[in-house]
Design a protein around this ligand. Structure first.
Ligand code: GLN
Length: 296
């Protein structure tokens, strides 16, 4: 029988072949299996693991080494300080995407200051996946009423559990639809903000991504077509109609997509204040635009 400490040491050395975060990942997996928090793991690291726990831990470490993402093994991912359920079939929320949520929240705050008497602000999240963007917006802005759209029933099932866990069912509505069908069918001039982290990886590039992404995450959430820009071409000419005049579009982009995405928006002739914001690493990450007052 091995102790918690020695099991962690063995796991760490095995995991270091596949991740720079081997200690933390080993600890997270063992905490998950034992139902312990990290403090208990450190305080009780001489405890002997029983055979079943030791075997489960070894099996989980082996799956991680084969390339399964940690978050799928744990069933959870942190995003915006909240805990989201995730499993295969939904994209794992990325820390980079927090910038998109922060941009959305700061726009909503400005709206509230401009229109303090408004009851609520209508937000749509297109391609919601686990619901990370939609639910973070709803959680941090109590005046928001969010419609979260996804084509994938598996993703929506996860989003639905997350809505319930975060207690946001009064202000978040889930819709199973293609995002472009949703835009075409939505009532004109009804949303204050549209957010989206659409699939934006060029099809060919997906094969060169790490195994965690390439093999385990849903293609539907990644594949942006031959040049990765397909969703932006369509959003640029479709997302303005459901927005109110002066309403805002906020989209995540890949680090090398700012120029073409901004150009699609300018070419559409219905947007103003087209801007790109960089993330903390200095990469272009979010493009935003405002529906021009003249557009319908
Ligand atoms: N940021 C994701 C990645 O690096 C891609 C997400 C997307 O296509 N929207 O894999």
């Amino acid at each position: 029988m091995s102790s918690v400490h020695s099991a962690l040491v063995t796991a760490r050395s095995a995991l270091s072949a596949v991740t720079d975060n081997a200690s933390r990942e080993a600890e997270d997996m063992l905490c998950h299996l034992l139902g312990w928090d990290r403090l208990k793991l450190f305080m009780e690291n001489r405890t002997l693991l029983n055979e079943t726990a030791a075997q489960k831990f070894e099996a989980m470490v082996a799956r991680r080494i084969e390339g399964e993402p940690l978050q799928y093994l744990l069933g959870h991912a942190g995003f915006m300080g909240l805990d989201f359920l995730v499993r295969p079939g939904v994209l794992i929320p990325r820390p980079d995407t927090e910038l998109l949520v922060e941009m959305a929240l700061s726009h909503l705050k400005a709206l509230e200051q401009a229109r303090p008497s408004a009851d609520f602000f209508k937000v749509a999240d297109l391609g919601t996946g686990s619901g990370a963007i939609a639910l973070s917006i709803a959680h941090y802005n109590e005046a928001s009423s969010v419609t979260a759209v996804d084509l994938s029933p598996q993703a929506l099932a996860v989003a639905e559990e997350n809505v319930r866990r975060l207690g946001l069912d009064q202000r978040v509505r889930l819709i199973e639809a293609d995002m472009f069908d949703f835009l075409a069918g939505a009532e004109a001039a009804s949303f204050d903000l549209i957010a989206s982290n659409p699939p934006y990886i060029p099809t060919q590039v997906i094969e060169s991504l790490q195994v965690e992404v390439r093999v385990h995450e849903p293609r539907l959430a990644l594949d942006g077509g031959p040049d990765g820009l397909g969703p932006y071409r369509r959003l640029a000419v479709m997302a303005h109609r459901p927005l109110v005049s002066g309403g805002r579009l906020v989209m995540e982009i890949g680090h090398d997509q700012a120029a073409p995405v901004k150009q699609f928006l300018l070419d559409a002739g219905v947007w103003e204040k087209v801007e790109c914001i960089r993330d903390l690493q200095g990469n272009d990450r979010v493009v935003t635009a405002v529906k021009s007052r003249a557009a319908v």
